[in-house]
Write a protein that binds this ligand. Structure first.
Ligand SMILES: C[S@@+](CC[C@H](N)C(=O)[O-])C[C@H]1O[C@@H](n2cnc3c(N)ncnc32)[C@H](O)[C@@H]1O
Ligand SMILES: O=c1cc(-c2ccc(O)cc2)oc2c(O)c(O)ccc12
Length: 360
């Protein structure tokens, strides 16, 4: 086939393929929006309560949608099966029919399960939350720290502070992201938490993780430190307290300083300030204490392609939304050593996250 000289010798066939890739990328937003639609329709809940794979006609009637939408639903389910949200099997005797079942993805969307991720899907894909992402190019050309300043004239946390509805949906999203941590705390990483007398969950939001810890280890006193709007009106219990404050100003002393998805929301300079505060607190406590970080570690060599892609998408989200970043092992190491820590250990835990133990 002909080549187009002024395009660096790319063949017309390659351009055809490139055209398909551009269309695929443009249509990519439909993956997220279809996931959101499936969550709002409650398809996973319907299949779960059905107790066995559900046929298209049974699904139409359970969804209480017009029969005229049957073929649209068939095509929607075909996409969701392709995306891995649902499985497709044959049911029935002589007159076989196709039926849809749950997969490891849709099992996480069942609303009565503690580890349900539906609030994460709706919270992160909230139109108000994604609107500023339409202005990435405008942000690149200007001097604003994030797209939130470009669009709303204030940073992410100030915007949240002034918009309690969005803040609540974001906090619910993060709580649902924490629920799976129960398996880590109880199983693979139990030893990391055993024997601790106190934990400060710094930037702990509504305390999703601390609730899990305080229930699994009644002997640990958990304190959630977060900005005033995030911890307002939170019910205190004997071993779970909330403090409104600024982690750049003060972090209360504890046996362990826990940070889940906090460092990825800040640049290196800010992370160093926070880590140095922890290091000082440990020194002031007779070198007793450690930092525990549940966050993302980019590992392009060992992670599957899809996992790296999700981490890199997250990195761009952090870069444009909050001046944060996802870090490689080397980048984490530099931060820890610069803050005065001597060693650390990374354990891959769940989803995209690792648990990093950092020692003085
Ligand atoms: C991405 S969220 C993580 C929430 C929680 N750790 C979790 O994973 O569910 C980051 C949190 O940092 C909090 N935060 C931001 N700036 C802070 C500051 N200066 N002091 C304390 N918390 C802060 C935010 O309010 C938010 O709850
Ligand atoms: O929009 C987000 C999403 C996340 C997030 C949620 C769940 C995960 O397992 C990883 C990342 O984190 C965010 C964040 O830390 C932030 O400061 C703003 C937005 C988001």
């Amino acid at each position: 086939m002909d080549t187009i000289e002024n395009e660096g010798g790319i063949s017309v066939r390659e351009l055809f393929e490139g055209h398909g890739q551009v269309i695929r990328l443009v249509f990519n937003h439909l993956s997220a929006m279809s996931l959101k639609g499936a969550v709002e329709l409650g398809i996973a809940d319907i299949i779960h309560s059905h107790g066995r794979p559900i046929t298209l006609s049974e699904l139409v009637s359970a969804l209480k949608i017009q029969p005229t939408k049957t073929s649209n639903l068939f095509r929607f389910m075909r996409l969701l099966v392709h995306m891995g949200l649902f499985s497709k099997t044959k049911v029935g005797g002589e007159k076989e029919e196709e039926a849809y079942g749950l997969t490891a993805i849709s099992a996480l969307l069942i609303k009565d399960k503690s580890y349900c991720l539906s609030p994460l899907v709706s919270g992160i894909l909230d139109p108000e939350n994604i609107f500023p992402l339409h202005f990435i190019s405008k942000w690149f050309k200007g001097n604003d720290i994030s797209v939130w300043e470009t669009v709303h004239g204030k940073n992410y946390w100030d915007y949240m502070n002034q918009n309690p509805g969005l803040s609540q949906r974001f906090n619910q999203a993060m709580i649902s992201d924490s629920e799976m941590a129960i398996f880590i705390v109880k199983d693979c990483c139990r030893k990391i938490f055993e024997g601790l007398g106190s934990i400060v969950d710094v930037g702990g939001g509504n305390g999703g993780f601390s609730k899990i810890i305080s229930e699994a280890f009644p002997g640990i006193k958990c304190t959630v430190l977060d900005l005033p709007h995030a911890v307002a009106n939170m019910p205190q219990t004997e071993n779970l307290k909330y403090i409104a404050g600024d982690m750049f100003q003060y972090i209360p002393p504890a046996d362990a300083y826990f940070f889940k998805l906090v460092f990825h929301a800040f640049g290196d300079e800010d992370c160093l300030k926070i880590l140095k505060k922890c290091r000082e607190a440990i020194a002031g406590n007779g070198e007793r204490g450690k930092v525990l970080i549940m966050d993302i570690v980019i590992n392009e060599k060992e992670d599957k392609h899809q996992v790296t892609e999700a981490k890199l998408l997250g990195d761009t989200l952090m870069s444009v939304s909050v001046d944060g970043k996802e870090r490689t092992d080397e980048e984490w190491k530099t931060l820890f050593l610069d803050a005065g820590f001597t060693h650390y250990k990374i354990t891959n835990v769940f989803g995209l996250k690792s648990l990093i133990e950092v020692y003085p």
